[in-house]
Design a binder for this molecule. Sequence first.
Ligand code: OAD
Length: 285
Amino acid sequence: MAENAEADRCRQTAALLRAAIDRGGDVAVLTGAGVSAESGVPTFRGVAIGASGHSTGRPRHEALWSEYDPMHLASIEGFRADPVAVTRWYAWRRSLVRNTDPNAGHHALVEIEAIVTSAGGRFTLLTQNVDRLHHRAGSGSHGGRVVELHGNIHIWRSLSAGNEFAGAELDELLADDKGFPPRDPTDGSVLRPCVVWFGETLPSDAFEAAAEASSSCAVFIAAGTSAVVYPAAGLVTAASQNGSATVEINADVTPASGLVDITLRGASGIVLPELARQIKQQRPR
Ligand code: OAD
């Protein structure tokens, strides 16, 4: 019974996406850590749900903020107090996400982007993830846009001049943790990851693009986000107030669940591919 109801909601969502796409409507998708859970990247809150749809289906990770203090690891005050521990933690996460691959949910979003843009609509992927797995899956390569709301863990910058380091140069700077925190070779100032920490503002161009896409799209999907961290969580409200059809895809109940028109309860690595499949099946008449 519950499974049938879930399947009905999925068909209903595919039908409303298909209808919006056929009218050339825009689609915006907000993603959070849950979308990367099936790639083996731990979430910050809740429990990571693996590809089988069960928390036991994949190596299970405790949510990061149940093990670590976010104010220690994700604030400038925490960084200034203990730069070595904070650097070590981000160097570990950078290495973890580099050694994993995009999952079926990431790939399905690329398929949905291609369907939307080929029908003349705009597709905007608003991600709170800093892991770049959407880019690696190919998001943004079919005429859509990827907006990184919380930065990118693969770029680090110096605290004083803001000089940026990435790739092999950054590998070298992060190679020896006895030399932590790494420093800008030109001015000696400490490096930090280019991610947005608590108390910091989001890059203004990214947030403006996100607000615009959320308040003008025909369909808005929030996938794998706990919807508790603002201002990103407020995008769900913006979309709903704009009159967009709103959908949540999440393994668990969140504050967004009561706001959206349709909730699809499950793992994004299962639900998103199924949605993409059904949108393609319901071809335009
Ligand atoms: P969270 O870790 O807060 O939430 C992840 C959500 O994904 C939870 O609601 C889980 O129930 C859900 N989930 C877990 N596995 C899933 C799966 N396979 N499929 C679908 N849903 C699943 O992640 P965010 O909402 O992204 O900030 O967190 C927002 C921000 O808080 C992050 O960007 C990070 C953090 O502090 C920064 O790093 C700046």
